[in-house]
Design a protein around this ligand. Structure first.
Ligand code: C2E
Ligand code: MG
Length: 709
């Protein structure tokens, strides 16, 4: 039982208001003996003022007192917010029950009859103090919970009969409606219409369960139409004697956004916004299931841009990226026109065009009726992509090679169809690019096995599988062979002869380009010296070099080493560089070219006309020769554009004191045309294709010469 005070605790303070001096003295002494600290006053007025200044734990108030009676004093104490919490016991004589009632009305908590029976008085005081302590504790803990609820990070709401019965300030903010709307409108009104049914079902589930249910997410829509993703966890509780749900709701919009982003990264290509390989596979599988049911046809088109690397090397990755994006957009436009399924869908992420990485795109045609429909789309792609692209203020041209596989004839699953379209694409590349090919069984195991090829190339050098062919170059005016061009071949043990168009890109992708180039240079120089040693007139040898090598900085050293080793005169060596080397406005490149010039080595620009260089670029580099690309020679003299280009190029090169070499001369008309325009050198099947080293001497001795010229 509560005493005046527990050991080491502050004594409870009793304010005793009693006008009878003797009684006041007696009660004071008795209570003090029990451990209370007693302050006594003789009237109601002093009781009020002392209560205010002392803040006692309890007041014992006589009802009949002079100056101010106990009822008035009780009322004043209870009316004052500062003293309202202090319990008051009123003392009254047995017959004055009406006064007791008045005392209670004024705010007293208990009464004791007079004359006081001390044990009863003490017991009453202790019991009131005990209750007060409990009440204080409760107040404190309620305050704590209120604090928690009001400051919780989560929104907390109680829902009963579909209405919000309680909500904390966070809930008001999260739901985004004014408080009066929250109390008057059903809760589902604040939920996104598409999620309402699910939210109602969840509440029903929570109401029948007693334990906290698992969380569920839905959207709330604010008064200003803002949508917020939330996650709610509910538990069934008793709220004012009726079942309700207590819900903790957290804003998960940021998490949802991150999830969306992750999904996007997993299924879409960041650069073009198109589906990636994973997403395309999903589309293709769905389309296959549909085609199976409806016995319809499907076509998969595998596209690889031709010479895309050149764009990257020449203009940098930024321009390359922009071009890829522009290509993606054109492909979408084409497929929208040709594919009914895709036409209805505005979102590009749902189109049947995907980017597989690099310069590879894949298209799915779902509405074809016959094979020739796929060919029609492929033709349209070639045609549409051939229009110039304006990228970063530059006019760029690109072509593509396309491989096509068909469901059901080429395969019944996504993997096979993609693989076969890829194979057909490689076939299109081998046939000269800028065309499309349908898959045929004859392509099985063709050169599309790039990955194995790449690893095989590592062994090619040590296994002696690389070799050089040489193509003679003829001075047109004298019809004399003045040199040869060394062209690489790879005698693959399984695939046969692999052409340079496949070897060089593979070598450039790996670190092999350096050792292979070194091997080519050394072998070509040794061979040229060997011909001279065999009694032939000294002639020059042209070697193709990747522009990557020029930037390495080790080329000049390597060249002088090889010339030293072989004893070949520097002017007998001609380095052929791709046209894009000129545009790279790179200090290292210009410096390397300058060094070659100082050493006396000749430099020629290869494939002239296919890249993006101009007169300006030619003028600013130390060059000796310019090789006109075969694609222009092929159409002279019939094609007006080609004849104009070749004529202008020869004139321009001459004005810059450059020698002109025409590549790919196959006919007499072509040769005549070139001769009339003073083209210096020709190279082509008309005189000889590239041949092994042992066939060069007979050629030089005029055997073949007479045959063709
Ligand atoms: P390129 O330097 O323009 O070489 C000429 C290509 O045209 C050769 O193809 C040659 O066989 C072909 N050609 C020559 N005359 C005719 C003709 O009258 N008609 C036809 N249809 N074609 C003709 P090849 O040997 O396949 O070489 C292709 C390209 O590969 C070369 O083009 C060159 O850029 C590159 N290349 C070859 N060997 C090497 C090398 O060792 N290193 C580097 N970096 N590139 C090389
Ligand atoms: Mg060449």
């Amino acid at each position: 039982m509560e005493q005046g005070s527990a050991v080491n605790e502050k004594p409870n303070v009793v304010l005793l208001a009693e006008d009878d001096d003797e009684l006041r003295e007696l009660v004071s002494t008795e209570l003090e003996r029990e451990g209370f600290s007693v302050v006594s006053v003789p009237n109601g007025s002093e009781a009020v003022s002392q209560t205010r200044s002392l803040n006692p734990d309890i007041v014992l108030m006589d009802l009949m007192m002079p100056v101010m009676n106990g009822i008035q004093a009780t009322k004043l104490i209870k009316d004052d917010p500062a003293t309202r919490h202090i319990p008051i016991i009123v003392g009254t004589v047995i017959d004055e029950k009406e006064d007791v009632v008045k005392g209670f009305e004024a705010g007293a908590i208990a009464y004791v009859t007079k004359p006081y029976f001390m044990p009863e008085l003490k017991a009453r005081i202790n019991s009131v103090l005990q209750s007060k302590k409990l009440y204080d504790k409760l107040l404190k803990s309620e305050g704590k919970y209120r604090l928690l609820v009001e400051n919780a990070n989560e929104a907390i709401v109680v829902i009963q009969d579909g209405m919000l019965r309680f909500f904390n300030p966070n809930a008001v903010e999260l739901i985004g409606h004014p408080e009066n709307a929250l109390t008057t409108e059903p809760f589902v009104e604040f939920v996104h219409p598409d999620d309402r049914e699910e939210v109602l079902e969840y509440h029903t589930r929570v109401m029948v369960g007693t334990r906290a249910s698992s969380a569920h997410s839905f959207r709330v829509v604010s008064k200003t139409d803002n949508t917020t993703w939330v996650e709610a966890k509910g538990v069934c509780i008793n709220w004012e004697d009726k079942p309700a749900t207590l819900n903790f709701i957290a804003d998960i919009t940021a998490r949802k956004r991150a999830e969306e982003e992750m999904r996007y990264l997993a299924f879409y290509d960041c650069l073009t916004g198109l589906p990636n390989r994973l997403m395309f596979n999903e589309h293709l599988n769905q389309a296959l299931a549909y085609a199976k049911r409806n016995k319809s046809l499907l076509a998969t088109l595998f596209l690889d841009l031709d010479h895309f690397k050149r764009i990257n090397d020449t203009f940098g990755h930024h321009v390359g990226d922009l071009l890829l994006r522009a290509v993606g957009e054109r492909l979408i436009r084409i497929i929208r026109k040709s594919d009914i399924l895709a036409r209805n869908i505005e979102d590009i992420s749902n189109t049947n065009v995907a980017r597989f990485g690099g310069d590879e795109f894949v298209l799915l045609l779902t509405n074809i009726e016959q094979t020739k429909d796929a060919a029609k789309v492929a033709r349209r792609i070639l045609y549409t992509l051939s229009d110039a692209f304006m990228v970063d203020k530059q006019e760029l041209f690109i072509t593509t090679s396309i491989g096509i596989s068909l469901y059901p004839s080429d395969g019944k699953d996504a993997e096979t169809l993609i693989k076969k379209a890829d194979k057909a694409m490689y076939h299109a590349k081998n046939l000269g690019r800028n065309n499309f090919q349908f898959y045929a069984d004859s392509m099985k195991g063709a050169s599309s096995e790039r990955i194995t090829l790449k690893s095989d190339l590592h062994k090619a050098l040590e296994n002696d599988e690389l070799l050089l062919y040489y193509q003679p170059q003829l001075e047109i005016s004298t019809e004399k062979v003045i040199g040869t061009e060394a062209l690489i071949r790879w005698q693959h043990p399984k695939w046969g002869v692999v052409p340079p168009a496949e070897i060089i890109p593979l070598a450039e992708e790996s670190a092999l380009i350096e050792p292979i180039s070194e091997w080519v240079l050394r072998t070509a120089c040794l061979q040229n010296i060997a011909w001279q040693a065999a009694g032939q007139e000294p002639m020059r040898i042209a070697v193709n070099l990747s522009s990557l090598l020029l930037k390495k900085g080790t080329l000049v050293e390597l060249l002088s080493q090889i010339l030293n080793e072989t004893g070949m005169a520097p002017f007998q060596l001609e380095i052929e560089l791709p046209e894009n080397t000129l545009i790279q406005n790179d200090g290292d490149v210009i410096e390397a070219l300058q060094h070659l010039k100082e050493m006396g080595i000749r430099v020629a620009i290869d494939d002239f006309g296919t890249g993006y260089s101009s007169l300006y670029h030619l003028k600013n580099h130390p060059l000796d020769a310019l090789k006109i690309d075969r694609s222009f020679i092929k159409d002279i003299p019939a094609d007006k554009d080609s004849t104009a280009i070749v004529t202008a190029t020869i004139a321009m090169a001459h004005s810059l004191q450059l020698e002109v070499v025409a590549v790919g001369v196959e006919t007499e008309e072509q040769l005549e045309f070139l001769r009339e325009r003073d083209c210096n050198v020709m190279q082509g099947y008309y005189f000889s294709p590239p041949v092994p080293f042992y066939d060069i001497i007979p050629l030089l001795q005029g055997e073949e010469l007479e045959m063709n010229l």
